[in-house]
Design a protein around this ligand. Structure first.
Ligand code: GLU
Length: 291
């Protein structure tokens, strides 16, 4: 029998809030039956924003909540060479290209295009798609710019990638946390355009690291917030390109703030550390998130 494996994968770039508590506790609840595993993964590839202090806060908040996970937790920043090997495959297969446009250049290009009366497409988060002009650069020009240390990011050529798909691309989504029923969701990675899969100095991005790790850690069930629902399309595409087995997914409801908006790490009043200091118990937190 293959074991069912769940994971909670926070990023130590801020303090955990009630939304994280819900996600972690829901993973724990779904993994609670005998033989199911729960892993903790520290997603700290953004070495400029992630800190050891935030990581220590995650461990202490989760222990306080009563979460148990298999030790040791995987820390993504310790595995850059593994992501680099996967990135090299994508480079060799010409599925990614170095993209040199700076934020300012992207903005200027879009403003110009829209001035001519053409709406520029945006991704499901509302961010304008990358204008894939650098796809046309010759190999020689790419090499010249890289040698000159011009900043760039590796972007997925989503058109080329989709052309290699044998058929429709989809994922399996649970209807609810009972895992009694599933439905199939069509993956639409094109909605995100040519996403970043690695940076010049960091050989991965969130999408690449997440699919590599979910496969490597044999994660069978990805339970995470609804805010990552549409992004699953990009991750399904990467899994398919890399020959990785897709997990099953459940994207849970989000815990909203008093203003009805998604919680963010900058909203201190719903931070677990603050609630803890204010005398709240783990039981109070469970009640607050509806568990
Ligand atoms: N590290 C991501 C976050 O904190 C979650 C990734 C995932 O669950 O796939 O938002």
């Amino acid at each position: 029998m293959t074991l069912l494996t769940f994971r909670f994968a926070p990023s130590p770039n801020g303090e955990l809030h009630l939304g994280h508590a819900y996600s972690a506790l829901l993973n724990q609840q779904m993994a609670a039956r005998a033989g199911r595993r729960l892993l903790l993964r520290i997603e700290d590839i953004d070495i400029t924003r992630c800190t050891p202090e935030f990581e220590a806060g995650i461990f202490s908040d989760l222990k306080w909540l009563g979460l148990g996970w298999e030790e040791p937790a995987r820390r993504q920043s310790e595995h850059f060479s593994e992501y680099k090997a996967v990135l090299d495959r994508l480079i060799a297969e010409e599925l990614v290209y170095p993209a040199f446009m700076s934020r300012g250049e992207i903005r200027a290009f879009i403003v110009e295009t829209e001035k001519r009366g053409r709406d520029w497409p945006r991704d499901p988060d509302g961010v304008p798609l990358y204008p894939s002009l650098d796809k046309a650069l010759s190999m020689k020009e790419r090499e010249r710019r890289i040698a000159e240390n011009i900043p760039f990011a590796w972007r997925l050529d989503v058109e080329a990638a989709m052309a290699r798909m044998p058929g429709a691309l989809s994922w399996v989504e649970f209807a609810d946390e009972t895992m009694a029923a599933t439905h199939t969701v069509e993956a639409k990675p094109q909605a995100w355009g040519d996403v970043i899969v690695a940076r010049r100095d960091i050989p991965t991005s969130y999408h690449l690291a997440v699919v590599v790790d979910d496969a490597l850690q044999q994660v069978s069930h990805v339970v995470r917030g609804q805010d990552l629902y549409a992004a699953t399309g990009v991750q399904r595409l990467l899994q398919q390109l890399l020959g990785l087995p897709p997990p099953l997914y459940f994207h849970h409801r989000l815990i909203l703030g008093p203003d009805g908006r998604k919680l963010s790490k900058s909203l201190k009043d719903t931070g677990l550390a603050v609630l803890r200091q204010a005398g709240m118990s783990p039981q109070d937190v469970r009640r607050l998130v509806g568990l």
